[in-house]
Design a protein around this ligand. Structure first.
Ligand SMILES: [Zn+2]
Length: 457
């Protein structure tokens, strides 16, 4: 093609210099496309950042590609619609299905908080409905033509339906990684291999960390369960609704059906996690070969003896009437809200019980305080003494660690001209960038939020 020396613009409007608020704009081949439109999350200042107008005209955007359904990648899409975006949204089918649940849930929570504090919510449920009307699905590895661009989704292996966005123009290729899975995963296939990449925009959430060994996690989990059952206690596990819940259910399914643990009541006590588990159940074609074979062999991986999904409030309340030993999975994953608080209030005070932490606990959350050994916690204005055992099992992360990230970059081909590091705290981004320079001799940039760079594309 004669036009292979064209200049394209790449704008970094979120998750640049931080992890959340993912939002990148590519102007190339006669079109403007966005990659992700996520919510800034974590601290108070984020609330204000989410309210800021977009630094571009949403009406001038032709399409939005969504890497995956986590809120920091989809959470501002309804706002984009409210501000005039009329293009098509593209993602895989599971991403659309999970994002619908996540956005409906977030609109409901925002509405509730807005009412409480007497302010306008970022958006309402109607905006979520309009978002879904503009949202089309496409399978992995299927070409979409937009202007002169050819775009396809590749499996990122991070959560169900997660994709890398691969864009080709004039013989050159740019890839936006979204979040990259910690392959091998329990349920998902490995991150797709890439080839002939010229520009890579990659996450580096764990750009300065090496994960604990994942191989031991099942044995550790089994040990915690056996120990709690022996003491006739309650095992509470705060969970994230997407992926972590389903990973644990798969492990519990295998332990119960192979009689490796006694059959005790297991409750999934989170309406969102229950709905997301249904999406997993309906999208088994996106699972890895091992789990696909298990299902083909007749095993419903989200169904085993004494497992109960307590979606309705009255069923949730009734869990306390079921005698211990019992296992409760409930949200939120960092104990900063959700039904887990009720269980923690009821059970943290008893030394026979266990609280198992399987996810990252952010600074300032109750989960973090418990992880660090707090002797009392305040739940719903009640001081609760912490006598239960607090156990942490690492190895459940859904992100690549620094070693896997460097290996990922090493394997995208010899054409690689530049790596842009996004979705990372500054420390992690700098550590990872230096690794890529030292080990792979590649040109690496850490864009600032709002920065626009020109690339030959
Ligand atoms: Zn993610």
């Amino acid at each position: 093609m004669a036009n292979n020396l064209q200049t394209a613009k790449l704008g970094f409007y979120g998750a640049a210099g931080g992890v959340t608020g993912s939002n990148h704009l590519l102007e190339a081949g006669g079109v403007r496309i966005l990659i992700d439109c996520g919510l800034f999350q974590g601290v108070k200042i984020c609330d204000d950042k989410n309210k800021n107008p977009f630094p571009y005209d949403p009406r001038a955007i032709d399409a939005l590609f969504v890497t995956h359904a986590h809120l920091d990648h989809v959470g501002r899409i309804p706002k984009l619609i409210n501000e005039g975006f009329r293009g098509i949204i593209y993602s895989t089918p599971p991403t659309r299905a999970i994002a619908a649940l996540i956005l409906e849930d977030s609109a409901r929570v925002m509405g509730y908080e807005a009412k409480k504090d007497n302010h306008e919510p970022l958006y309402r449920e109607e905006a979520v409905q309009r978002t879904l009307e503009q949202w089309k699905t496409t399978p992995y590895h299927h070409d979409i033509k937009l202007g002169e661009l050819s775009i396809r989704l590749r499996d990122a292996g991070h959560i169900l339906g997660s994709a890398m966005i691969e864009i080709v123009h004039g013989g050159k290729k740019i890839v936006f990684s979204g979040d990259l899975g910690n392959s091998p995963s329990l349920i998902l296939p490995d991150t797709d291999a890439l080839a002939d990449v010229d520009y890579l925009v990659t996450e580096a959430v764990y750009g300065n960390k090496v994960h604990e060994d994942q191989k031991n996690r099942t044995e550790l989990l089994q040990g915690v369960i056996e120990d709690t059952i022996k003491r006739k206690g309650v095992l509470m596990i705060p969970v994230f609704a997407i992926e972590r819940t389903q990973d644990l259910l798969l492990e519990l399914n295998d332990m119960v059906e192979k009689n490796r643990i006694p059959h005790v009541p297991v409750f999934v006590d989170s309406p969102l996690a229950i709905k997301v588990t249904r999406v997993f159940h309906d999208n088994a074609s996106y699972f890895n070969d091992e789990v696909a074979a298990q299902i083909k062999g007749g095993d419903d991986i989200f169904k085993f003896a004494r497992l109960r999904f307590t979606e309705r409030t009255e069923d949730s309340i009734a869990i306390k009437d079921v005698p211990a030993p019992k296992i409760i999975l409930a949200g939120s994953g960092m104990s900063n809200g959700g039904r887990i608080l009720h269980h923690e209030r009821n059970y943290l005070g008893d030394a026979n019980n266990t609280l198992l932490l399987v996810g990252y606990q952010a600074v300032g959350t109750m989960g973090r305080a418990l992880e660090e050994g707090a002797k009392t916690v305040n739940i719903m204005d009640q001081d609760i003494p912490v006598r239960a055992k607090i156990v942490t099992i690492g190895g459940y992360s859904a992100h690549k660690d620094v070693d896997a990230l460097v290996e990922f970059v090493a394997n995208v081909g010899d054409n690689l001209k530049k790596v842009f590091v996004v979705h990372a705290e500054p420390g992690a981004a700098m550590f990872f960038a230096q690794r890529v320079r030292d080990y792979l001799s590649r040109d690496v940039v850490i864009p600032r939020e709002g920065e626009v760079v020109e690339i030959e594309f």
